[in-house]
Write a protein of this length. Structure first.
Ligand code: SAM
Length: 248
């Protein structure tokens, strides 16, 4: 069954509520998926859970939906990990957004670091990618993709536990100074968590110095090889969800 995220503008979901799909969704339902009056779809809005709806007055441009029944209640907002991701090339960034949404990231903050080397960032497009991934993975919410800010500026306000992938840990000879992520997670307290992954060029010495001096920051190693930023983000989120998150 087609599953669509309905934006904030629609009134709270309730039995019999009738509302229009937005033009893109109407075209998708009517022209692409060729659904007609009486056909049913699944909708969610990030607030009122998931509902089954029946299509009313379908035309190529306009589709109205009448809500029939709630199929899943909205869970209380949990402690989903926030992903802090340094900007990387567009295709890789889009993949990171999609996978982070699938893996249950609560929010995705784009970051500008000293070695950031990225294309123009189309945040609206990235938000749509997160929405489509949320629709696909049967999430009941869509993580917000937050416009790029400078890493230093973000660190000034960040109060949550900050787990950051430090690839420098792979260059050691002999004794390991940065714990493997699993070990670091087992010693972690409760509370909101952010996972920070650096740019393709890595963090520079000043950033590494700043991070290591933060009382709420934990450097982690993601294995002996240098992972691309997208692989590092997916690995870190997977480990977090398995040990501390909603895979437990
Ligand atoms: N420029 C770095 C280098 O060549 O040494 C590689 C940076 S890596 C492509 C991008 C980011 O992924 C890093 O800043 C780090 O956050 C994370 N990362 C990659 N491999 C890692 C590892 N083995 N351990 C911890 N973090 C890693």
């Amino acid at each position: 069954m087609i599953r669509l995220f309905i934006a904030e503008t629609t009134p709270p979901f309730a039995d019999g509520l009738i509302f229009p799909l937005n033009p893109d969704q109407a075209r998708y339902v009517a022209a692409v998926m060729r659904l007609g009056e009486g056909d049913e779809i699944s909708v969610f809005n990030g607030r009122d859970g998931e509902w089954r709806g029946r299509l009313q007055s379908v035309s190529k441009k306009h589709v109205h939906v009448e809500l029939i029944v709630q199929t899943r209640a909205q869970p209380a907002a949990g402690n989903a990990p926030k992903l802090l991701i340094a900007l990387v090339k567009r295709a890789r960034l889009e993949a990171i957004i999609e996978k982070a949404t699938e893996l249950g990231a609560g929010e995705i903050q784009l970051l500008i670091t000293r070695r950031t080397n990225a294309d123009h960032t189309n945040v609206a497009r990235l938000q749509l990618i997160a929405q489509e991934a949320a629709e696909q993975t049967e999430r009941l919410d869509v993580p917000q993709v937050l416009a790029p800010v400078k890493l230093e500026a973000h660190l000034k306000t960040a109060a949550e536990i900050l787990i950051y992938g430090d690839e420098d840990s792979t260059h050691e000879t002999g004794e390991r100074t940065i714990p493997p992520m699993l070990e670091a997670l087992s010693g972690l307290g409760e509370g909101a968590v952010s996972i920070l992954i650096g740019p393709e060029g890595g963090f520079d010495a000043v950033e590494r110095q700043t991070l290591s001096a933060l009382p709420n920051a934990v450097a982690v190693n993601l294995g002996p090889r240098i992972l691309r930023a997208d692989t590092a983000a997916i690995s870190a989120l997977t480990l977090y969800q398995a040990v501390k998150g909603d895979w437990k």
